[in-house]
Design a protein around this ligand. Structure first.
Ligand code: NMX
Ligand code: MLT
Length: 467
């Protein structure tokens, strides 16, 4: 692969707008605030467990252990909570509330993801100044060592962007504070501190790595320098090569709404599980991203747009009619495939993340035929899925909408979409990982059984498990 002139200076630059001292004291301030909150919550949990530790929170059925533990409460995650009817709330705030209450970019109307991260981490809405300090802090920490770019370059350019993304995260792992300090004999009471440092570094670096992959794969390696005056998502858009202010606003919204979906989804749960072995945040997050790359999870965002493009191509129209969509959906189902972007393991109503994107579409591109196709699919698919009688949620999830908005602005390379999801998901799962270590959560290790043992238990011939 040819290198563009100026690539070496591109690789070295690490911009920053706010004075270093101010940023260092901001980092100290949020660390202190976080630790104080964690100590408080740790004490509360201790009291709860002392008094109520033996209380049952539910019962586990055989169906649940054979069928993906659906509906089984088995985890604690502080950053967000999902209600099957209402959708996600981040520290108690719904998406429309966040759109109102989180700080915005100058002249912007969408929330800054920096604000959401602060909220998830500290548990309080940030001021505009705090969100801006976080932007500057991440700018300061965004330097990506050259060997990370070399690791990406070692892969064939045709490698899936998620493969390139995970390889880059693994290359970055050599930078882990947690890992170095653990090797040096770190006291367990300091785990949270090293996790915090790694989380900040990783979040700061991901847009740079992701944009590098995008420009490498789709723009002939013509890389773009970061802009130290922009916020995290705005700068990400800029480094990918998108300067339209509306696209930057879309990125701010996108990075906010994809960030977290309580603790049990595959990417969050995997990050948490791997982190429980004291694998450092880079190892844990890379594991989570491998889960996000599955088509039933984050990869569904590329599958949706691919499915719509194929439908339009087969029908030879830009905006298919409801009848045409119905026929195409039935064909998809008859071929033993899922309709991507529809259904959910927990949600039982339209995902509010879908609705937020629909509102964005109505505001900025109401006449776009692809966006209108998404809306027509929304009118057509649920009754068909419902009529099958087995699908628990016939409504759209977050992935049903995102691609059409991105295509509108020219981000048509749909294999890249899951990387966008992954950059956003870092905010939630890494904030959670800080909490895991601050609360001293232990290694996760549920009990498993064999079907032979289940049968013996059903026949009354064996105790199934025990302690
Ligand atoms: N199209 C066709 N069949 C479906 C769909 C769908 N969209 N959703 C569920 N089903 C099937 C499912 O495969 C299962 O079939 P079978 O009994 O033959 O194995 C049956 O309906 C019951 O499944 P549910 O209990 O309703 O769903 P489950 O909780 O197991 O799975 C999903 C949830 C999200 C994996 C599933 O709805 C799905 O595969 N959706 C399409 C892929 C997708 O959009 N994933 C993105 C999820 C959001 N994200 O970003 O992670
Ligand atoms: C997510 O955002 O993680 C998805 O909606 C999947 C889930 O919640 O299980």
């Amino acid at each position: 692969m040819g290198r563009m002139p100026g690539l070496s200076t591109f690789r070295q630059s690490a911009p920053a707008a706010t004075p270093a001292a101010k940023i260092t004291s901001f980092m100290d301030m949020i660390k202190e605030k976080f630790k104080a909150q964690a100590d408080l919550l740790g004490a509360t949990i201790k009291d709860i467990l002392k008094e109520h530790g033996g209380k049952k929170i539910g019962e586990v059925t055989l169906s649940q252990i054979y069928q993906g533990m659906r509906g089984m409460t088995g985890l604690v995650s502080e950053t967000s909570l999902l209600d099957s009817q209402e959708g996600i709330r981040f520290r108690g705030y719904s998406i429309p509330e966040l759109q109102q209450r989180l700080p915005k970019a100058p002249d912007g109307t969408e929330p800054l993801p920096e604000g959401l991260f602060y909220l998830m981490l500290i548990g309080e809405l940030p001021t505009e100044e705090q969100a801006n300090h976080l932007s500057s802090l991440w700018q300061r920490r965004s330097h990506v060592p050259n060997y990370v770019f070399d690791a990406i370059e070692a892969l064939p350019v045709g490698a899936h962007p998620m493969t390139q993304f995970v390889v880059a995260i693994m290359a970055l792992q050599t930078e882990s504070n947690f890992s170095k300090r653990y090797d040096g004999g770190m006291n367990k009471k300091d785990y949270w501190d090293a996790t915090f440092d790694d989380a900040m570094d990783l979040i700061a670096r991901l847009p740079r790595v992701a944009a590098y992959i995008y420009r490498r794969k789709y723009k002939n390696g013509d890389h773009i320098h970061p802009n130290g005056l922009l916020d995290w998502a705005g700068n990400f858009a800029h480094m990918m090569g998108f300067e339209d202010e509306r696209f930057k606003e879309l990125m701010r919204l996108y990075m906010t709404i994809h960030a977290d979906h309580e603790g049990g989804n595959v990417s969050a749960h995997t990050t948490h599980l791997v982190g429980s072995a004291l694998s450092d945040p880079y190892l844990s997050f890379a594991a989570g991203m491998n889960g996000l790359a599955g088509p039933l999870h984050g990869l569904a965002n590329q599958e949706v747009i691919k499915w719509i493009f194929e439908m339009r191509e087969q029908l030879g129209v830009d905006l298919p009619t409801a009848e045409q969509i119905e026929t195409y959906v039935k064909k998809t189902l008859s071929e033993g495939k899922v309709v991507p972007g529809y259904g959910h393991a927990v949600l039982r109503k339209t995902d509010p993340r879908f609705t937020a994107q629909m509102e964005f579409g109505k505001k900025h591109m109401a006449d776009d035929p692809l966006v209108n196709t998404v809306w027509r699919v929304y009118e057509t698919v649920p009754p068909i899925l419902q009529s099958l009688g087995k699908i628990k949620n016939p409504w759209p999830n977050v992935d049903a909408h995102s691609g059409a908005l991105l295509v509108h602005f020219g981000l048509v390379e749909y294999e890249f979409y899951t990387v966008l999801f992954g950059v956003s998901r870092a905010l939630g799962v890494l904030a959670s990982l800080c909490w895991d270590r601050a609360l001293g959560l232990p290694i996760e290790r549920p009990k498993s059984v064999t079907t032979r043992q289940v049968k013996l238990w059903l026949e009354g011939k064996d105790e199934i498990w025990g302690e």
